[in-house]
Design a protein around this ligand. Structure first.
Ligand SMILES: NC(=O)c1ccc[n+]([C@@H]2O[C@H](COP(=O)([O-])OP(=O)(O)OC[C@H]3O[C@@H](n4cnc5c(N)ncnc54)[C@H](O)[C@@H]3O)[C@@H](O)[C@H]2O)c1
Length: 357
């Protein structure tokens, strides 16, 4: 048998290709697993060069969501969707509504949310055609911008990392370098400043730097991410794009901890071992940045910010549990995180074998 589109080890439950020529919609919805409940994950709107590239991306992203949701303790499987095209020119009411109808046709097996290229306002439009959408505006019963609790979750992961390394979760007096002060990075800096940390920041966008120095004049601006990684830091917090940790950057990095919001920080498999060899504790990105999905999934029960915030606070304990398992099993924290997620994905559905009458 050939590998087909799924690839050798994909294991996905369902992949749906959606097309509406009139609006220009071309989307792929991938459901990796519904073992823990309806799959949840955002919609990425991106000008992929080829459909193959879009498919590879959605397959990888949906698998990542299954692990993230499992580790976050949610009753949700993992899914993700991509819309192919340039959102700046292609996005329209009819395209988003057509997309919403395809989501509705899956009967709740997939619940969407915002991702790169889609925003709260887009979710409101999609919601006119489907119930299975989160990340809507507060006016429409939604949780709004998910970066609020994403940043709070990263902060909790950082406190747990500090406790693991220095024996106290206190970040007062620690030097933290934040690369990327967009939606999440900006809010993370606020938590850090309030906690009494010394904060260094960098960003490629002058507007983002202007905003952060206006809000927090005490932060120090560094010229770029490379320079920031060369600084003597206690914690490096990547909050821009993925792939920032590679053989070269890890060799130069002078920090005891890496803990940030960016997805897929490890450029390739094996970097987690380099970090370990250099004595740098890596808080798994997909664990500490799960505050956003915890926030939006709460919407399905009628959004309650305080309830969602309490759930995100528990990332402190989960991060500690991951470090403890890593130490006990002699593996890097990302491997321990994967194991915990896989355990939950395997164990919880097994309970359905108990007949409940
Ligand atoms: N927003 C969320 O709820 C959420 C949830 C989970 C994960 N994440 C991840 O966190 C990261 C940040 O998300 P965001 O919502 O804050 O995005 P954002 O676009 O608001 O912010 C990203 C910032 O990084 C800056 N940047 C880009 N390239 C850079 C570089 N080379 N060096 C320094 N800065 C650079 C951008 O100018 C921007 O200010 C992303 O990787 C995202 O996938 C976000």
């Amino acid at each position: 048998m050939t590998e087909g589109v799924f690839g050798r080890e994909s294991g996905h439950e369902q992949v749906v290709f959606c097309q509406d020529p009139h609006s220009g919609l071309k989307a792929i919805i991938a459901v990796y697993s519904t073992a823990l409940g309806p799959a949840i994950g955002g919609t990425r709107f991106h000008p992929y060069a080829t459909e193959r590239e879009a498919l590879d991306d959605v397959l990888a992203l949906s698998k990542g969501m299954a692990y993230k949701n499992a580790l976050a303790g949610l009753d949700h499987g993992g899914g993700k969707a991509v819309i192919i095209g340039d959102p700046a020119t292609l996005k329209s009411e009819t395209l988003l509504r057509a997309y919403g109808r395809f989501i509705q046709s899956l009967g709740g097996r997939y619940v969407t949310a915002c991702d790169v290229g889609t925003y709260v306002a887009d979710m409101d439009v999609i919601a006119r055609e489907t119930r299975f959408v989160t990340g809507r505006s507060p006016d429409n019963g939604g949780a709004g911008d998910s970066s609020v609790l994403t940043a709070f979750g990263v902060y909790q992961g950082m406190r747990a990392s500090a406790e693991h390394v220095w024996g106290t979760p206190e970040l007062r007096g620690r030097t933290v370098g934040v690369s990327g002060v967009g939606k999440v990075g900006h809010l993370l800096v606020r938590h850090l400043v309030e906690a009494g940390a010394k904060v260094l920041v960098t960003d490629v966008a002058k507007t983002a730097l202007d905003r952060i120095t206006l809000a927090h004049p005490e932060v120090e601006v560094v010229v770029d991410a490379e320079a920031l990684m060369g600084e003597r830091l206690d914690v490096f917090a990547p909050c821009a794009l993925g792939g920032v940790l590679n053989d070269d950057t890890v060799a130069r990095l002078r920090a005891a901890v890496v803990c940030g919001a960016a997805n897929n920080q490890l450029a390739h498999a094996g970097v987690e071992k380099l970090l370990e060899e250099r004595g740098i504790l890596f808080a798994p990105d997909y664990l500490v940045n799960s505050g956003g999905v915890i926030q939006v999934s709460d919407e399905l029960h009628g959004f309650d910010f305080e309830r969602a915030r309490r759930k995100v606070t528990s990332l402190f304990e989960t991060t500690k549990a991951v470090f403890e398992l890593a130490a006990a099993e002699g593996v890097p924290p990302v491997t321990a995180a994967d194991r915990l997620a896989e355990r939950r994905i395997a164990e919880v559905p097994r309970l359905r074998s108990i007949f409940t009458g």
